[in-house]
Design a protein. Sequence first.
Length: 408
Amino acid sequence: MKSHTLWTRNYTTITIGTIISAIGGVGLNFALTVLIYNETSSTLLSAIFSAVIMIPNIVLPLMIGPYIDKFSRKNIIVISDMCMAALFLAVAYFTRDGYFSYIPFMLLGVLISTNGVIYGIAYESLFPELIPEGMLQKGYSISSLIYPTVNTLVLPVAAIIFDRYGVSAIFLIEGVLLSIASLFEMRIRVDESQVKIHKDNPQSFIVMVKEGISYLKEERGIWAIFVFFFFLLMAGEGVNVLLYPFFENHPVWTVTQYALLISFATGGRLFGGVMHYFIKIPSHVRFNIAAFVYFSLSIINGVLLFLGYPMMIVAQVLVGLLSINSFNIRMSSVQSYVPSAKRGRVNGIYHIMTALGSIIGRLLAGTLGEFFPFAWIALFMSMGGMVAFFMIIIKNRESVKLVYNRTI
């Protein structure tokens, strides 16, 4: 039976669990970043730490995708949160006296990142099953609001707790919050049909991986979207990497203005999420809106560092607003289009491609930043995203429309 409300038991439960988990996650990410730099006083060691903990995002998704399709995604999410809760409570105990060692914390970072990959793909693959029929856009609009809101509200509090009580207190709070989140997630009741499908027709790991890749080869629209987002994130992450040093080295503007600029981008995301909740986009214009968003993001990011500060604020609000449009249309369309039995493998491949795009973008922008003006690098990388838009999205628009222009 079709539900007349988004806020069913399952959707409400997963939303509460996500909020609780996000509160601790935001604080922990902040604390680890600051702790590594404060304890090492080295930008190189901080960069190595960031690079190493990204490795699971590249290596794991293709390996775990088949297992996420094979087993209960709800159970994977619950077990993942319970294991990390136990780990963080143990780490809180061992760090209560201020213990720090670079290698153990790097290994901890890899464990957190590994769990994040497993949890993230399982969550993305399960989430569409928890949204009532016909309400995917609304469902994803709420999802898109959670992290910007939590980030805005929790980060200042996390900074105070970290400053006064140290990283041990952050680990303790995250452990408790994840324990609570797992209790909520256990209340989800969902028929995970893909488990029965794979139980009735067992396949080897290699066969399942090949089947996922073959599916993408056959679905030109999905493949075009994935390839385009590799280039879009490469360009976007390149600009993001340059933004802080641009302000740090500016003769007039300050790092405080940089922080204010980021907050306006968050405001744009929040506004966009609310807009998607109340205004349903007609199915026949979803591709046109997505295409406009992709084109506009390349233009805005390309000229961003050439603008005066007031116009930069306007540009960042627009970037936040457009980014949420991009997220909502892509996620609601792709996740509802891909069969549930293949969703884990397909999401795994997407994660690999976007992680690679992000890393390449950061490295390329950082390298070029040693030799060329930041503004021209941002323009160059954004124009690369523009070329990808025309060569991939526009060239394959009929196939992409089959994915985007659907009633969801």
